[in-house]
Design a protein around this ligand. Structure first.
Ligand SMILES: *[C@@H]1O[C@H](CO)[C@@H](O)[C@H](O)[C@H]1NC(C)=O
Ligand SMILES: *[C@@H]1O[C@H](CO)[C@@H](O)[C@H](O)[C@H]1NC(C)=O
Ligand SMILES: *[C@@H]1O[C@H](CO)[C@@H](O)[C@H](O)[C@H]1NC(C)=O
Ligand SMILES: *[C@@H]1O[C@H](CO)[C@@H](O)[C@H](O)[C@H]1NC(C)=O
Ligand SMILES: *[C@@H]1O[C@H](CO)[C@@H](O)[C@H](O)[C@H]1NC(C)=O
Length: 468
């Protein structure tokens, strides 16, 4: 998710800085030995067992400031992809900032954000207390969940996990905490019987009136359950890492093959600007590759773990995994020659709307637009003329070049106070090119590929989609 992912990214930085301290231990390790380059090159992806349609809706953004606030101020959920045997349609909302999927938890239906940038699956609990981001109590309606919340007492399958707490803070300042339990979670034909979930009774959430929670698809070490009855006492020392939804699905043998896959469609410019709800914005699939037309450009790459001593990406044996971190070999665009564009600390994040690249990369890329894109101090974003000519943009991963469509580089930002249409760049500044700074390939990039994740093998397969 956009900021949600950024938040998760921030929480990684926190863990990384805590890594040197004596009370921090990693309890999960790389599940299997990495395969060789030759073995990976022979990866053949099966068709998905299940795919789900996704839908979502959100209030229209009338003003530029509302749109930009929305962009910065809340998680950018991702659409689920279907991989394996289940494929779900994904719907988008909030200028397609969010990819949502229908799911049931304990038989109760919810729309949930799909996020490869975090690991916890949670649904707000019925009767929860809503807070603003400063921690002041506000009315429940202001959290803008899509339902009154999950009712554990109405679920025949819910089992509480006593004496532990869920506690998560996302990068934009949204936070949730409360009890934990196990229940049956179903998404698009995939049913996981005993999934550990957060059922927060405290929420500071800037909702869209549709989602009531989130499905986290990243690694166990990034989960947020702690061995304490008081969520305020959560710390690295009492973290109880657990299996996220897809890991449980694999253990319960609910998928034939250990893949999940996302194909996230971009909405049209018109839809993004005017239509609050897109019922069908791609697929979340389980067990194989999401069912959309693709080209022959495909590569399978290892997920990068992180060093327990330095907190920077490491391929050493036993390095814990947090995110779907990849090694970007280069970005190519007019003017990119001579700039260091490689970065091995870049995550694939369905929950983040935009791409966030190192400062030198975005500075040069902004100049390549005609007219050039400019950085707005006020908005803290690169803005661009809505009719600007978009330069070609290629991302090289695993030796293969993946192109990003021009349509993903200019996004509608509503209108300013004079009624003038505002647009922002699909690629933004992710900060200085420092080893421990995490960069993001979000929906801007993901609209152009099918991303098929094999977290058990620690691999990702990227397949370029046919233009659409
Ligand atoms: C998701 O659920 C809502 C509410 O039940 C329904 O209106 C919508 O059609 C569903 N979307 C999909 C893609 O199944
Ligand atoms: C939970 O904590 C309470 C109080 O410390 C204790 O009495 C109880 O046995 C604990 N329950 C479990 C399942 O550990
Ligand atoms: C939580 O910590 C207590 C000791 O403080 C320990 O007895 C208990 O087994 C831990 N619970 C879990 C689920 O690890
Ligand atoms: C979550 O834990 C942190 C300490 O790690 C604490 O400062 C914060 O208040 C807790 N959040 C909630 C909502 O309890
Ligand atoms: C990633 O790059 C850093 C330098 O920025 C280097 O120290 C580290 O070893 C690299 N990690 C991997 C897995 O290539």
């Amino acid at each position: 998710m956009g900021f949600l992912s950024v938040v998760s990214a921030l929480s990684l930085l926190t863990s990384a800085s805590a890594i040197g301290s004596s009370d921090f231990t990693f309890t999960r390790r790389r599940a299997v030995a990495p395969r060789s380059f030759e073995e990976r090159a022979q990866t053949v992806l099966p068709a998905a067992d299940f795919s789900v349609a996704v839908s979502g809706k959100a209030p229209r953004r009338k003003s530029k400031s509302a749109a930009l606030t929305a962009l910065r101020g809340r998680p950018f959920p991702s659409k689920p992809g279907s991989g394996g045997s289940d494929t779900v349609p994904v719907a988008g909302s909030d200028f397609d900032e969010e990819y949502l999927t229908n799911a049931t938890v304990g038989g109760q239906p919810f729309s949930l954000i799909i996020d490869t940038g975090s690991s916890d699956t949670w649904v707000a609990q019925k009767g929860f207390n809503c807070f603003d981001l400063n921690g002041n109590p506000i009315s429940e309606a202001d959290c803008a969940f899509g339902t009154a919340g999950f009712d554990p007492t109405a679920s025949k399958t819910f089992k509480p996990f006593p004496n532990v707490s869920f506690n998560i803070t996302y990068g934009d300042g949204e936070f949730l905490s409360g009890p934990v339990g196990f229940d049956t979670v179903s998404v698009g034909g995939l049913t996981v019987k005993s999934q550990e979930i957060g059922v927060p009774n405290l929420a500071a959430w800037e909702g869209d009136g549709i989602n009531t929670g989130l499905i986290g698809l990243a690694f166990p070490d990034l989960t947020s359950v702690y061995n304490t009855t008081n969520p305020q006492d959560a710390s690295a020392a009492n973290q109880l890492p657990y299996d996220p939804l897809f890991f449980t699905a694999v253990k319960e043998r609910a998928v034939k093959n250990t893949f999940f896959s996302v194909a996230l469609d971009r909405g049209s410019f018109e839809q993004q600007e005017n239509d609050p709800y897109d019922p069908n914005l791609g697929f979340l699939s389980f067990g194989g590759i999401a069912p959309v037309p693709v080209t022959s450009t495909q590569v399978t790459i290892p997920v990068e773990g992180y060093s327990a001593t330095t907190g920077i990406p490491s391929s050493a044996k036993g390095s814990p995994f947090f995110f779907y971190t990849v090694n970007v070999e280069k970005f190519t665009f007019p003017g990119s020659a001579g700039i260091l564009t490689a970065n091995n600390n870049t995550i694939l994040d369905t929950g983040t709307t935009l791409d966030y690249v190192p400062t030198p990369v975005i500075k040069a890329f902004a100049k390549a637009f005609d007219p050039p894109a400019t950085y707005s101090e006020e908005d803290e974003l690169y803005l661009v003329d809505c009719t600007a000519k978009v330069p070609q943009f290629l991302v090289t991963i695993g030796g293969k070049e993946f192109s990003v469509d021009a349509k993903d580089q200019i996004l509608p930002g509503g209108t300013d106070s004079n009624g003038k249409e505002i647009c922002f760049l699909g690629t933004q500044d992710g900060g200085p090119d420092e080893a421990d700074n995490i960069f993001i390939l979000g929906d801007t990039f993901l609209h152009n590929v099918v991303a098929t994740f094999n977290p058990i093998q620690g691999e990702i397969t990227l397949t370029q989609r046919l233009p659409y």
